[in-house]
Design a protein around this ligand. Structure first.
Ligand code: SF4
Ligand code: SF4
Length: 379
């Protein structure tokens, strides 16, 4: 029998610790300290358990594609043979009808050319977290001794870009820093030949707002609109793809798409902690101590068991279950309440608009009108 929920993949917390201590990190600095009781690294026993449960899920669902995202903490704190063994076991255990995609999301500090060779030979794609190319852009990404991570990350990026073993250039994941200048940032990324960038809004909830965030203003929308204009009007065929904008444009043009921030699709990733705990969206750690704990573990539960767990169910259906304000919103078909973590409050759970509501409304209205002008001009 086919399962009713189709998940795209698992985010594997292969390391629960990190060599950096970014100010906005939901793993360590937004109110949840449960990482301290987690094993530092995922064991082979957990790997075997999770691959067996993925096998059961794939056979029951018939899914022809599945993604493993190696995450942390910092996933390159794990020894390389962890990855070699993981991919070898996955080939042995998982059904051959499923195409497996592997991604590692790293801060890049340890990304040597040797790591690039190992990851490339295993077919693991690389995403690098970086907030820009200046010290100012990266001022929230310091190590535990308050030292800058910028040069080490840039070295990692260059290693990955120049590695002949990697089939795909690394993508960049940036948390928006309002102190950065979007025009300069875009020019820097272009100069560095970055091909894919995603921008994230800093995490927070209605009770735990991001530092210096002012919900009554639209600073993030203004920042993103400046970036959107430069990017949208850039006719260079090799310009970087900005995933956030591609997703918004796709939704505005009626293309559907399965995104966790916007749109009406279900959220389709589960988290596996280093001890095998099955959890929902990891940024929900910003909702408070132990918030993401579900009492489910990959040793004793299947992936299907987790689909009915209330918090995981909320996550999966976050773009379907909207508050009254969202239901009546002019941009609801694209926004769908935004990212689940940003909707949480202790009093009302997820029955809220996003803390970034004003920003989202302004940004989405702006992009829609720009697309409309373009479509009308071409008709
Ligand atoms: S690199 Fe990632 S996991 Fe490490 S502290 Fe920064 S945001 Fe957190
Ligand atoms: S813009 Fe605000 S009200 Fe509209 S759907 Fe998004 S979060 Fe809800």
């Amino acid at each position: 029998m086919k399962t009713k929920v189709t998940i795209k993949g698992l985010v594997l917390k292969v390391a629960s610790r990190c060599n950096l201590n970014c100010e906005y990190c939901y793993m360590y600095n937004l109110g949840d300290k449960t990482y301290k009781s987690q094993p530092k690294f995922m064991s082979q026993e957990i790997v075997e358990n999770l691959l067996t449960k993925v096998k059961i899920y794939l056979i029951q669902s018939g899914s022809t594609s599945f993604q493993f995202i190696f995450h942390g903490g910092e996933p390159l704190l794990v020894e390389p043979d962890f990855y070699q063994s993981f991919v070898r076991k996955a080939k042995q255990i998982l059904p051959s009808f499923t195409k497996i995609d592997y991604v590692v999301q790293t801060n890049g500090v340890l990304l040597s050319s040797v790591w690039c060779k190992i990851l490339g030979e295993l077919g693991i794609r690389i995403g690098i977290s970086l907030d820009g190319l200046t010290e100012q852009d990266n001022r929230h990404r310091l190590d535990h001794q308050q030292r800058s991570s910028l040069n080490a990350t840039l070295e990692g990026l260059v290693n990955a870009q120049s590695s002949k073993h990697l089939k795909y250039l690394p993508g960049i994941l940036s948390v928006i820093n309002l102190e950065s200048n979007p025009t300069e940032l875009y020019a820097h990324y272009k100069k560095l030949r970055v091909r894919h960038i995603n921008f994230l809004l800093p995490d927070g909830t209605h009770d735990n707002l991001p530092k210096n965030f002012k919900p009554e203003r639209t600073d993030y929308a203004d920042w993103l609109i400046e970036l959107f204009d430069i990017w949208f009007d850039d006719l260079d065929k090799d310009k970087p793809q900005i995933i956030l904008f591609n997703q918004i444009l796709n939704l505005i043009l009626g293309g559907g798409g399965e995104y966790e921030t916007f749109g009406g699709s279900k959220n389709l990733f589960l988290i596996i902690e280093t001890n095998g705990d099955i959890e929902p969206q990891d940024s929900l750690k910003a909702c408070g101590e132990g918030f993401t704990k579900t009492n489910l573990n990959i040793r004793t539960h299947t992936l299907e068991d987790s689909f009915q767990q209330p918090l995981i169910k909320n996550c999966i259906e976050s773009h379907q279950k909207l508050c009254g304000q969202c239901k009546n919103c002019l941009v609801v078909e694209v926004c769908r309440g935004g990212f689940i973590t940003h909707r949480y409050s202790k009093n009302r759970g997820f029955n809220n608009p996003s803390i970034y509501c004003r920003d989202l409304e302004k940004l989405l209205t702006y992009v829609s009108s720009k697309v409309e002008v373009l479509v009308n001009t071409k008709m």
